[in-house]
Design a protein around this ligand. Structure first.
Ligand code: TXA
Ligand code: MG
Length: 344
């Protein structure tokens, strides 16, 4: 049975009892889900191999996919790594706490299964009052992947976590919906030129404004290369019904929809407000304006969870621009999709 605590994130000081109960479970090597500013995480003591093993079990996660380690303060990053290069220091100053994860050489403090045998460790400081309070109360670094069953869309509400993991985890702190809606940007800082391994809540432009030119893992742009971030190779974010991405004009999208409906298919739609406004109101989820991709990011994962297999045969998803937050949005949509319909 999973303990659920409801906490108002604006008033964490009034909920220290619940935070301490959750921290106590973590100290007993149990796993507890908690909100961060990006998505809900499934936390366990990163220094305990047994606790970390429970994360992999609860999620059904492949053991060669390493976890991100969360700490409350930048001084604690030093305890986990051999060295913090200049580029990493600058990014820490600009974006931590925040939706950025940096990969550095591990000093071996974390349990071996956290890093899945790699010599490096991924570290982040979440910008969320509940996550920070839990990190402080538990007094250990917390390994925490997204709190979904492996392969499913990441959870942006406690209800999503409950759907996937009820009965499989000791605790769940419900701190309301998360803010960013997509996971952190993962940047490898172990070589001279930092490399973005996973686009996320901090855009490439923001990073370049802070530290100058960065590279992007070539595997992100092709299906041929082996990704450097092990997690990027697995099926991810999959909705219940098959997702088809539609890349073209609104007229093209509407044509594809009509053709499929003519064949008797029941279609769910995930689209911008602008496209949704042109469609009949049936089975359409509008995620936000295509001119405000930050808003689209907030609603994307709950949209992917919304359509049930019993109700729709195919989900048609609108392809967005890959500028700014669009880089992360399209990375997730491309992974979630089984097929792409291109106009050009
Ligand atoms: O926003 C987030 O980052 C959320 C919240 C809960 O903090 N966490 C998250 O964790 O998204 P997860 O496990 O779902 O994704 C971690 C990603 C995976 O793609 C994994 O392969 C990569 O980070 N990663 C972890 N350690 C790594 C390492 N040492 N080197 C390269 N990639 C690493
Ligand atoms: Mg994940």
């Amino acid at each position: 049975k999973t303990n659920v605590w409801k906490i108002n994130p604006m008033r964490v000081d009034a909920h220290m009892d619940e935070i301490n109960q959750a921290a106590y479970l973590l100290q007993q090597q149990e796993v507890v889900a908690f909100p961060t500013e990006t998505v809900y995480g499934l936390g366990a003591d990163a220094t305990s191999e047994q606790a970390v093993h429970r994360i992999f079990e609860a999620k059904g996660r492949p053991s060669d996919n390493p976890l991100i380690v969360h700490v409350a303060e930048s001084s604690q990053v030093e305890n986990l790594v051999t060295d913090i290069p200049e580029s990493a220091k600058k990014m820490m100053a600009s974006f931590m706490p925040g939706p950025l994860t940096i990969v550095l050489e591990s000093n071996g403090t974390c349990a071996k299964n956290v890093t899945a045998g790699l010599s490096t460790v991924a570290v982040r400081i979440p910008d969320h009052p509940v996550a920070l309070a839990l990190l402080k109360a538990s007094e250990v670094p917390l390994a925490a992947p997204s709190a979904n069953r492996s392969g499913r869309p990441s959870p942006t509400t406690a209800d999503h976590v409950y759907q996937d993991l009820n009965g499989r985890i000791a605790g769940l702190i419900d701190g309301g919906p998360t803010g960013v809606g997509l996971e952190s940007t993962v940047v490898d800082c172990t070589s001279d030129m930092p490399v973005i391994l996973r686009p996320g809540g901090i855009t490439r432009q923001q990073i370049e404004d802070a530290i100058g030119a960065v590279m992007v893992d070539p595997a992100l742009a092709s299906t041929e290369e082996k990704p450097k971030s092990p997690g990027m190779k697995y099926t991810h974010y999959a909705p219940e019904a098959p997702l088809w991405l539609v890349d073209g004009s609104d007229e093209f999208f509407i044509d594809q929809l009509r053709n499929l409906e003519r064949d008797g298919k029941r279609i769910g739609i995930i689209a911008s407000n602008e496209l949704a406004d042109q469609l009949p109101q049936r089975r359409v989820i509008a995620c936000g304006s295509r001119n405000n991709l930050k808003e689209v990011a907030v609603h994307l994962y709950s949209a992917l969870r919304e359509f049930k297999k019993a109700d729709v045969d195919i989900i048609l998803g609108e392809a967005f621009s890959e500028e700014g937050y669009g880089e992360a949005i399209m990375n997730r949509l491309q992974k979630a999709a089984v097929k792409k319909l291109n106009q050009f």
